[in-house]
Design a protein around this ligand. Sequence first.
Ligand code: FPP
Length: 252
Amino acid sequence: MPIKKGSPDSDTDMGQMADPTHGARHIAIIMDGNGRWAKQKHLPRALGHKKGVETVRDIVRVAGEMGIKALTLYAFSSENWSRPADEVADLMGLLRQYIQSDIDEFDENGIQLKVIGNYKALDSDIVQLIDGALDRTANNDKMTLAIALNYGAQDEMLRAVRTIAEAAKRGEVDPQDIGVDHVSGALDTAGMPPLDLLIRTSGELRLSNFLLWQAAYSELYFTDALWPDFDKRELQRALQSFGDRDRRFGGR
Ligand code: FPP
């Protein structure tokens, strides 16, 4: 039986009604619109990205306070390398600063950092910084913050297929026995809760190669708000919309 949110049964549960997450455990966000935000204000693009990081900081805090278990943010796609070199350098600089300045707060708030995507291809000092932060926060269990870096869903799936094919070659798994759990377990998001809600800001209606496997049954939410303007109220609206949906997971 599907759980119909908002049905008399679920509405009698006061705990559920007071839950700011509306039952969402894992949210992912395509943070889009930094450039347009800057343009609207006649500011350089770099300032749009800078303001975007402030929004990241706020939303990570708010999501943790709400009790969201996992938050996945699309910070740098494998296609973003084609942006002008100075913009790529700006984004990498912001990433460095963000990890350095917020790592203590992650630890204090029980946030476990995770990175999805082929981050080992980033500059070696960033790889070191990330590896240190992953180690340091590995035992935190209040919320997982997964940052997608040099990430593309097709690349993630190809890497997972190769891992499974290697295991089959070694005779560890019969190809006929390969199932959904093998694939989920070989993806970068292994161990994270299923993706409940995928949000994209700035009015674009695309998935842009983000979490294509994981989004199979997640709810999609699109808002016109540009990422630097996305705030607690916007997140509450998205979660309210999620709470109002009737999730059937392919059943009736
Ligand atoms: C999209 O804006 C934004 C990105 C390229 C990714 C998001 C990056 C940040 C929020 C900053 C870095 C993040 C961290 C975690 C340190 P856009 O440039 O595509 O905007 P536009 O479509 O309006 O031009």
